[in-house]
Design a protein around this ligand. Structure first.
Ligand code: ARG
Length: 391
């Protein structure tokens, strides 16, 4: 019997993959794996329902905690951002792929399928993981090169209800870290997104008064909100809700995909914006100038690997080791003011601050200003020498 494990989201593409794997690829047994990384409960339920109807065997894996602790905490510590994108979809893919591969391994199945097209990054992220196994990799969407219209008709023929209509054709990918919206009219980069694409954030409005949230960090990891200890998932959910009320965390950008295609991307990510803003700000209080300068480069490399889904590249572990070491002193809290779509740091404190109010203050006598005179004499010394030579 030929069997295949399909990484399944419950959406249109992966649902269509199920009958395709049977009819076009001749598999007799389709096993679906739905990995819960905090997508809306209704998506999970719809996925479970559709899988029951279409697949031969189905697994739902709750990976939310693992996603937060093993993927998002390292992301926060590395100030994860690729060209301004907070990496929500990217950072979840390897985990989804690994969980699917684990099921295949457990069931002794030698075929792994995903529903990604041949245009995006997700195919690369899935396959970076899948191809490390000795399974055959199947990508029906890419291999059969199907048009959306055809897919919708095919889905209906197979009893898959299709909620996407022609005037709301958004392709949405959601997890606890971000919601991404693509497709339809948004593919014209000049087209301004209509409010209806947003699901997590209200329209930013100055009618709503500002609100301050205080985020506590321990070794670079967010651990509290307004003084109340919370686990990562609770904290992120809460901040998505609060930030969303203020319209915080919308991104409309042109993104360079791995293969070089430029794409117009829209994202929502209130908690990510708040946490990354707070984390970066706290780092500026506690890390040395040299650490900060060097870490910018590390963060950039880290983010690029995460974007590419290359979390099994040895460099990823190397960078994480550096980042973890750098975070030992990233303890304290940051006040973030939420107002009319923005999230701005307005105060920070840390027991590990490399900051001396006493020495920097205009009112202080601790630092003898006279001592700086010698330093000033040498500052810019070579340039002055050159100038004196008339060159
Ligand atoms: N451009 C983003 C990425 O490569 C998000 C892709 C999200 N996919 C979607 N169907 N909306 O990670």
């Amino acid at each position: 019997m030929s069997e295949v494990v399909l990484a399944y989201s419950g959406g249109l593409d992966t649902s269509v993959c199920i009958p395709l794997l049977r009819e076009r690829y001749g598999f007799d047994k389709i096993v679906t794996v739905l990995v819960d990384v905090g997508q809306p409960r209704s998506d999970i339920e719809r996925g479970n329902l559709r899988a029951k109807q279409l697949a031969d065997e189905h697994y739902t894996i709750d990976a939310r905690e693992e996603f937060v602790e093993k993927c998002l905490f390292p992301l926060i510590k590395a100030n994860g951002s690729y060209e301004g994108y907070v990496l929500g979809t990217a950072i979840a893919r390897p985990l989804i792929a690994s969980k699917s591969a684990e099921i295949a391994d457990k069931l002794g199945i030698k075929n792994l399928a995903h529903g990604c097209t041949g245009r995006g990054n997700d195919q690369l992220r899935f396959e970076a993981i899948f191809r490390a196994t000795d399974c055959r990799v199947i990508a029906p969407m890419r291999e059969l090169d199907l048009a959306r219209e055809w897919e919708i008709d095919y889905a209906r023929e197979h009893g898959i209800d299709v909620p996407v209509t022609k005037d709301k054709p958004w392709s949405i990918d959601e997890n606890i870290w971000s919601r991404s919206i693509e497709g339809g009219k948004l593919e014209d980069p000049y087209f301004e997104p209509p409010e209806e694409i947003y699901g997590w954030t209200k329209t930013p409005s100055s009618d709503r008064s500002a609100q301050i949230v205080e985020i506590g960090f321990k070794e670079g990891v967010p651990v509290s909100l307004d003084g109340k200890q919370m686990n990562g998932m609770e904290l992120i959910e809460k901040l998505n809700q609060i930030g969303g009320e203020h319209g915080v965390g919308r991104t409309d950008m042109i993104e360079d995909r791995v293969m070089g295609l430029k794409a117009r991307e829209n994202y929502e990510h209130p908690a990510a914006t708040i946490l990354l803003t707070a984390h970066k700000d706290l780092e500026r209080l506690v890390l040395s100038r040299n650490e900060l300068r060097f870490k910018v480069m590390v963060d950039e490399f880290w983010s690029e690997l995460a974007y590419m889904g290359l979390v099994e590249d040895p460099l990823y572990a190397d960078l994480n080791a550096f980042v973890d070491q750098s975070q030992k002193r990233v303890n304290g809290s940051v006040k973030i003011k939420l107002f009319c779509g923005s999230a701005i740091s307005v105060g920070r404190q840390s027991p590990d601050a490399l900051y001396s109010q006493d020495m920097v203050s205009f009112d202080s006598q601790t630092l003898s200003q006279k001592d700086a005179e010698g330093f000033a004499k040498y500052h810019g010394f070579q340039a002055r020498l050159l100038k004196r030579k008339g060159r």
